[in-house]
Design a protein around this ligand. Structure first.
Ligand code: SAH
Ligand code: SF4
Ligand code: F3S
Length: 454
């Protein structure tokens, strides 16, 4: 799920503090790493700032998933070099891992390169760079980063916690197994300690993160059990997890979505992000997905059997090498059939070093673009229809902050939809970070609108 955010800044840097600017690209796991990186640099005297201009250290926490992501990195590097010529430029994240020392060649202003598993070594890399040497570390030390990083700071009522990293699936189009390494799960006790620290800072909604989060398994504890103990932490009202692979969906996990009276997890939100990538078995086979369209649909049916209103979202790739018009039509049909509440869709991007990049019959950019537009039209209609079904309902909303509109706040529904609502005579500042009830009056193509229910 790609999102781009500038990291939240918790306070103005005190006089004498050095200034750290972090930009995270790509998925939520990078956002999490970016936050922990800022926490790591705090004791080193670095305060997070919102603007790159004037920064002493700029860290670009990169994504390598599609070619565009790399292009953006190199254009940003040029821009930051001009904006903050005094700053030490560091490239972390998945492109750091994938390109390594090549980044120094492409942009000599970069002084530090590291990967997603070595962020904890940034202070040592920085000392080296301050001595005028180029510093690089793209090792894969298992779990070292989680052991070495300080307890995270919270920036609101919702937080991400990475519980699993890496991927052993090797879908033929994907760089993640190479950039994040093999699948590895954190001990449940470490995760619990982190969630407790977040809850103590006011976090109520926790999203457990992993490239294959439902492959989580440590000392016999699986994801369903982990969600249960995380939900039992005092103060935690909502638990979600992302991203799942169809093949790691266990009966226990499906059962966790059931109502509490039927043994389900009362804190687990009715939201399930389950990427499928394509609606054609032949494309799925070429992608090495190791599942079929039917096995995917069976999982969704099983979850809906215990929790009919569960919001399903997914990821799609169009224009995979050799994708015929007929295969593409099967993807459109699947997208229309599932009733997605949200979905991410991408044009296939050949990535150096992945098997699919060497397949014959690469599609031209125009075909890919047209197919993407056609798929997005179907998915957008699905999202708008799903949003409309909530009109008239009263929903629990976790309030995140002020909305763009005056006299409105914004928050998230249990199904992970954005909700903007008017708060009447209530004190908006007192509502931020709280769970409130909102009467939904209208919907937009992607969100809900309502008013505080009293
Ligand atoms: N581990 C997750 C997500 C991985 S990356 C999963 O397996 O679902 C997020 C999404 O990026 C993928 O689901 C896929 O839709 C997309 N993606 C990955 N590689 C891509 C590529 N080479 N071109 C286009 N989209 C890609
Ligand atoms: Fe990439 Fe496939 Fe692994 Fe997801 S499951 S991270 S798409 S290789
Ligand atoms: Fe991108 Fe790495 Fe996440 S390639 S999508 S930042 S795992």
């Amino acid at each position: 799920m790609p999102i781009r955010i500038a990291h939240a800044v918790d306070q103005a840097p005190h006089a004498g503090a050095k200034r750290l600017f972090v930009k995270s690209y790509g998925c939520q796991m990078n956002v999490y790493d970016g936050i922990r990186l800022a926490d790591l640099m705090k004791p080193q005297g670095y305060a997070l700032v919102e603007e790159a201009a004037g920064a002493d250290l700029i860290v670009l926490n990169t994504c390598h998933i599609r070619e565009k992501a790399d292009d953006k990195l190199f254009s940003d590097l040029g821009r930051y070099k001009r904006l903050a010529p005094q700053a030490i430029l560091a490239v972390g994240g998945c492109t750091g891992q994938a390109l390594g020392a090549q980044i120094f060649q492409q942009q000599p202003a970069v002084k530090i390169v590291f990967g997603p598993q070595t962020i904890q070594r940034l202070p040592a890399l920085l000392s080296k760079a301050l001595r005028g040497e180029r510093a690089i570390d793209t090792d894969f030390p298992e779990l070292e980063k989680f052991d070495a990083l300080p307890t995270p700071g919270a920036y609101g009522a919702s937080a991400f916690v990475t519980i699993q990293e890496g991927c052993d699936k090797f879908c033929t189009y994907c760089v993640v197994p190479y950039t994040r390494g093999a699948e590895i799960s954190r001990p449940a006790d470490d995760i619990l300690a982190e969630v407790q620290a977040l809850a103590a800072q006011g976090v109520k909604d926790v999203t457990l993160l992993g490239q294959n989060v439902n492959a989580y398994e440590h000392a016999g504890v699986g994801l369903a059990e982990l969600c249960r103990v995380v939900g039992d932490v005092p103060g935690i009202a909502r638990v979600r997890f992302t991203t799942s692979h169809p093949n790691n969906t266990t009966p226990e996990l499906i059962a966790a979505f059931a109502p509490p009276a039927q043994g389900g997890n009362p804190k687990l939100m009715p939201y399930f992000h389950l990427p499928v990538q394509a609606g054609s078995d032949s494309v799925l086979a070429r992608m090495n997905r190791n599942h079929t369209v039917q096995s995917y649909l069976d999982i969704i049916a099983a979850v809906r059997a215990v929790r009919p209103d569960v919001a399903i979202s997914g990821d799609f790739i169009v224009g995979f090498p050799g994708e015929t018009e007929e295969e593409f039509q099967q993807t459109l049909a699947l997208a229309a059939h599932v009733g997605y509440v949200g979905a991410y869709s991408f044009a296939y991007s050949p990535r150096p070093g992945t098997p699919a990049a060497d397949l014959p019959d690469q599609l031209d950019e125009i075909t890919k673009k047209n197919r993407l537009a056609a798929l997005q039209a179907v998915l957008d209609a699905s999202t708008a229809a799903a949003c409309a079904t909530f009109v008239g309902q009263v929903l629990d909303v976790l309030v995140e902050g002020p909305a763009k509109e005056a006299n409105q706040l914004r928050g998230r529904s249990p199904h992970n939809l954005a909700v903007n609502f008017s708060y009447g005579a209530a004190d908006p500042a007192a509502l931020v970070g709280q769970l409130v009830q909102v009467q939904i009056t209208t919907s937009t193509p992607r969100s809900l609108v309502g008013s505080l229910s009293v």
